[in-house]
Design a protein around this ligand. Structure first.
Ligand SMILES: C[S@@+](CC[C@H](N)C(=O)[O-])C[C@H]1O[C@@H](n2cnc3c(N)ncnc32)[C@H](O)[C@@H]1O
Length: 243
């Protein structure tokens, strides 16, 4: 069965992926950002807090959602093309991400950042890692996000489970996390290349995360005007604390 290593991640076309998914703020991403802002703003402040976004790809909004609460944010990525995109965008992100920030900036915690471009450039570190390889990382992180990776990087349910375990192992006990999932995805195309998925629903996500998390909530996202393209039935957002 083709699994993660069978795909050419270094050929992932970051610009095509952004054009397809994030060129404009969809209703689904707006809803996810509203839920992320509401969730993270209630975290206990911690001096020197460090966050991690896993499989960042060509998406900045999970890192932006952690920005006010972290002195450092690591963006972990496997693909060389996405690493190059992340290095360029964290140094000074494109105007397209302003609309995403504006959803978060209804809250004082985010508005207090002032210039999110400068803050991300200062706090972000882009790092190469293979999630399935037990990445050799410093001390556990204080908060974490992982969006559209565990179910969208392999056709294997075993690798889906491993991704969620490895992600939780990167965080300290009690750390807040938020994980985004495509629901019942059949795979996707980026720049004319096929990429894999494993079809999961809220029951599967809850079953895998329950032993790893406390205060777990798995929400289905109202898709609003977001086109439900062939190959998936919606999106989900899991939030909780690592046990
Ligand atoms: C569907 S994209 C999601 C990107 C982004 N997080 C988002 O929200 O749009 C899947 C991401 O997983 C990354 N990936 C694939 N295999 C990986 C691995 N073994 N370890 C870490 N990341 C991996 C890909 O390079 C890609 O960036």
């Amino acid at each position: 069965m083709p699994a993660n290593a069978a795909y050419d991640w270094d050929a992932f076309n970051s610009d095509d992926y952004v054009a397809h998914n994030y060129a404009r703020l969809s209703d689904a991403d707006r809803r996810i950002l509203e839920l992320l802002g509401e969730f993270f703003r209630h975290c206990e402040p911690r001096a020197g807090a460090r966050g991690v976004d896993v499989g960042s790809g060509a998406n900045l909004y999970p890192a932006l959602a952690m920005l006010p609460f972290c002195d450092e944010i690591t963006l972990l990525e496997h693909s060389s093309s996405n690493l190059a995109w992340l290095r360029a965008q964290t140094a000074g992100f494109a105007p397209t991400w302003d609309a995403f920030w504006d959803v978060l900036a209804v809250h004082d915690e985010y508005r207090g950042i002032g210039d999110p471009r400068a803050a991300l450039a200062k706090r972000a570190e882009v790092r190469q890692a293979d999630l399935l390889d037990r990445p050799d990382l410093p001390a556990p992180y204080d908060m974490g996000t992982m969006f559209f990776v565990a179910e969208s990087f392999s056709t294997s349910l075993e690798e889906f489970r491993t991704a969620l375990c490895r992600f939780c192992e990167m965080l300290r006990p009690g750390a807040l996390f938020a994980i985004g999932f495509m629901e019942n995805s059949q795979g996707y195309v980026v720049g004319g290349r096929d990429y894999p998925a494993v079809a999961v629903d809220a029951a599967v996500v809850s079953r895998v995360l329950t032993p790893l998390a406390a205060e777990l909530d798995v929400a289905r996202i109202d898709m609003g005007d977001t086109p439900l393209r062939d190959g998936y039935t919606g999106m989900m957002l899991a939030r909780g604390r690592v046990t």
